[in-house]
Design a protein around this ligand. Structure first.
Ligand code: PGA
Length: 259
């Protein structure tokens, strides 16, 4: 596990974009994207690289972590719609190369199985971007989610629903349920890149990195992954005990370890 502490959210975005650019070098990669506010700066940086120096994205397939139940792409809070608006449409990725669980399906169990099948049929995920919820969720795997879970329906925690109310039109409640890749599904990506910025994430980042591996903090499962990197800013790193050691590791990295 690697912990990269960057000075500002902007620096987090630059480093995260470097990792994604690196993953895009293969011929037909699958890239796992996250929604939420944190990765927006990374997507803006990638859009900038596309415009400035023609970085290409149209050879890859993109998969999302989750989607609200009962919400289709016509809804403003739909994650499939959102990711197209903030990223993939702006870098020349065709709509049919962007996938997410079908939260609008009548048969949600079937939709979950179909998403697992899609992930199995695509080229292996080179990288999976992750955010982290205040309670430690990755995707919508709320505390006590099985560390071996697959794509399925989850009941959202009240703190998640409160945090995400800002993405919904006035007066419309956040759905109670979501379809989400499981923790087991997430762990199958070749690389996991968890992004966190701001002091509100400091305690949960400390629990995920330095606490025990526990279903109560789903992001602690990254401790089991052979290639997991946390890219966080100073504020999100402010509760870490081994803060200085993480910096020393980065300062003394062998030159062949890139990015
Ligand atoms: P945020 O969400 O990036 O909007 O803080 C993170 C998450 O809930 O995964």
């Amino acid at each position: 596990m690697e912990v990269r502490i960057e000075s500002t959210p902007h620096d987090v975005a630059i480093l995260a974009a470097d990792f994604i650019e690196f993953a895009l070098r293969v011929e037909r990669p699958t890239i796992g994207l996250a929604t939420g506010e944190t990765p927006l700066a990374t997507y803006a940086e990638l859009i900038d690289r596309h415009r400035r120096r023609g970085l290409r994205f149209d050879h890859a397939t993109y998969v999302l972590l989750d989607e609200y139940v009962g919400i289709g792409e016509d809804h403003p809070a739909s994650y499939r719609r959102h990711i197209r608006e903030v990223f993939t449409d702006l870098v020349g990725v065709p709509t049919n190369a962007v996938h997410g669980p079908r939260g609008e399906a009548q048969d949600l169990e079937h939709a979950a199985e179909a998403y697992e099948q899609l992930l199995a049929d695509l080229p292996p995920r080179a990288i999976q971007i992750l955010g982290i919820g205040r309670g430690g969720h990755i995707g919508f795997n709320e505390p006590t989610s099985s560390l071996g879970s697959r794509t399925r329906i989850k009941t959202l925690h009240s703190t998640t629903r409160a945090d995400n109310q800002r993405f919904f039109p006035d007066g419309e409640p956040v759905p109670l349920h979501a379809l989400t890749m499981g923790i087991g599904t997430i762990m199958e990506a070749g690389k996991l890149l968890l992004l966190a910025t701001g002091e509100t994430k400091a305690d949960v980042i400390e629990a995920a990195i330095e606490g025990p591996i526990t279903a109560t903090v789903p992001a602690s499962a990254l401790q089991l992954h052979p290639s997991a990197t946390f890219v966080i800013d100073q504020a999100a790193a402010s509760s870490l005990k081994h803060h200085d050691y993480y910096r020393e590791i980065v300062m003394n990295r062998p030159v062949w370890q890139r990015p």
